[in-house]
Ligand binder design. Sequence first.
Ligand SMILES: Cc1cc2nc3c(=O)[nH]c(=O)nc-3n(C[C@H](O)[C@H](O)[C@H](O)COP(=O)(O)O)c2cc1C
Length: 191
Amino acid sequence: MVLVVGLNGSPRHPGNTEILLNEALKGTGKDAKIVRFDLAFMDVAPCQACEDCFKDGECVLTDEMGKLYDLLEKADVIIVASPIYFSGMSAQTKCVVDRCQALWVRRHLLKLNRRPGVGGIILAAAQPQAKFDNALSELRAFLIGIGVRPTGSITVGGLERRGAVSERPEALSQAFSLGQELVRSFNSPGP
Ligand SMILES: Cc1cc2nc3c(=O)[nH]c(=O)nc-3n(C[C@H](O)[C@H](O)[C@H](O)COP(=O)(O)O)c2cc1C
């Protein structure tokens, strides 16, 4: 059984991000235990940089981020999906990313290893030639920072309308393949 955590950073329902994420989650197969979080509908405050987590890797804020920490630590596969907002990830996604400073502390200051895990990134944007580099590089840094190996990503432009991606079979199939590939890569990490 592979534990898969999906993070949906779009407030639109059914958003393009959500639809792509769901395809990727389907691609992880029937043996996966899937937990999906819709970040836009959770009560998660931004990191206050209080540095309290520096001593033990625990965040002092008490909100719904508490539901995520444990699963993000245990997940075999993490898929983070965000719409592109002003050439970056959405604020809802970034909020959760920054609160994972507590997990970064565990890896990099407290030297606590994480079990092996792989991560994937999904980005949706309106412009056909949208700029994905910023969000890709930040989300890769996020995955590496919390101790997960970034293994694959898909970026889909040309998605203006809510749910437009439902009419893009090639994008849906790319998302499904990403899910498959992440599980394959988790099961055979290579050298
Ligand atoms: C605040 C905001 C900023 C956006 N900025 C960009 C942008 O910089 N580039 C782009 O291609 N699309 C941009 N978009 C469009 C969304 O990325 C696009 O509609 C995407 O499909 C939304 O995904 P969703 O349906 O999952 O919410 C923006 C949308 C919003 C609401």
